[in-house]
Each structure stands twice: as structure tokens, then as C-alpha cells.
Design a protein around this ligand. Structure first.
Ligand code: SF4
Length: 194
């Protein structure tokens, strides 16, 4: 029986991007293939769970929206995982750094690139990306994406538990100058929810 390394499963509101404010069950996979210096996510701890174990935890909540996150969820999310949860009627969103080819069948894909677009563009040819979200800190230049998506966001790099006002102000200024972009500012840190 295949087991997945799961860091945590919890129920909350999406605090970022296009689906902001919606209720979701977050399934955080352990491990990441990158090591970004600013990463504030704890993803080393894990429990090994089967598909049925994971579904049992999902069933605690009256919600069918799932956000597969990490770490890097696409290190583990595979066809079997997607087929299983789709057959139970779940809506599967993934938040990925974009460095691993996504299996078919996901309902919503958010790519937040942490490497140069040219290093990952071959993985996303002919794939629909619903949302591209770039993390920026003060004075970092506006990205010029090679990937195409339905929606483009910049997200200020924040403190672990609060917004970073300097970075937020900088991103607001950039968006006013470049109105095709939208702000995604980890509003769950203002709502004080995880
Ligand atoms: S890709 Fe995301 S989860 Fe992985 S190290 Fe970078 S910021 Fe952390």
C-alpha cells in the first residue's frame, strides 16, 4: 500500500491569490526539492498516511475543496492520488513551485516560481496555469513571466506572523505602475488564522 508523507492537514480559509477567502482543507506534504533562504514553512515533520487515512482526515470537515501544498506537493501527488480523491468528489487545487511536471486531473493550479521561468517553462507548455504568484521584496524588479496564466499576482515577502509593511508598500507601488498585476498579500496573517 502506497504511503504519502504528510506534514499536516487542517481546515482554514485561503489567505492568498485568486481563491482568497474560500474555505479549504489544506493538505501539507512534507519535503521540498528547493531550499529558498526566506522559506518560513515547516515541512520536515511527517506522518506516513495511505489514501484512505488521508480521506478519513478530510472527512472531519464539511468541505470538498482541497489545497495540496507543501513543501513541494508535486514530489508526491501522483495519478493514483488524483484519481482517488476525484472519485470521492473533491476539488483539487495545488500550490507548486513549478519545478515538477504536474499530473493531469488537478482542478486548479497555482505556480509560485522560485527559480527562473526559463528553467521550468518546458514543464508547463500546453498546461493551463490558473494563477502565477511571484514573491517579491523591496526593490526586486517586477517579473517578466515566460509562463502564461489566467491571473498574475505579486506577493510581498512577509514576516513569519505578520505582513512586512515595506514590502507591501513596494508591491502596491509596482502594481499601480503595472496594472495587469494584482496584489496577493497573505491576508491570513492579518486575520490571524493559519
Ligand atoms: S519552494 Fe516554497 S516550500 Fe520549498 S523551500 Fe522554497 S519557499 Fe519553501
Amino acid at each position: 500500500m502506497k504511503l504519502y508523507k504528510i506534514n499536516e492537514i487542517f481546515y482554514s480559509l485561503q489567505g492568498e491569490g485568486f481563491r482568497i477567502g474560500s474555505a479549504n482543507i489544506f493538505c501539507r506534504f512534507a519535503g521540498c526539492n528547493l531550499d529558498c533562504w526566506y522559506c518560513d514553512t515547516e515541512f520536515d515533520y511527517f506522518r506516513e498516511l495511505s489514501l484512505a487515512d488521508i480521506r478519513k482526515e478530510f472527512a472531519q470537515y464539511d468541505c470538498k475543496n482541497i489545497i495540496l501544498t507543501g513543501g513541494e506537493p508535486l514530489q508526491q501527488v501522483d495519478d493514483e492520488f488524483i484519481e482517488y480523491f476525484k472519485s470521492w468528489g473533491f476539488y483539487l487545487c495545488v500550490e507548486t513551485n513549478g519545478t515538477i511536471k504536474a499530473p493531469e486531473g488537478l482542478d486548479y493550479i497555482c505556480v509560485s516560481p522560485k527559480v527562473k521561468d526559463k528553467q521550468i517553462i518546458h514543464l508547463w507548455k500546453d498546461r493551463k496555469i490558473n494563477e502565477l504568484r511571484y514573491v517579491l521584496s523591496n526593490k526586486m524588479p517586477l517579473p517578466h513571466p515566460m509562463l502564461s496564466a489566467d491571473n498574475y499576482f505579486i506577493s510581498p515577502m512577509n514576516n513569519e506572523d505578520s505582513l512586512n509593511d515595506v514590502n507591501v508598500d513596494y508591491c502596491i507601488k509596482l502594481i499601480k505602475e503595472n496594472p495587469t498585476w494584482r496584489l496577493s498579500s497573505q491576508i491570513h496573517k492579518v486575520w490571524k488564522i493559519r
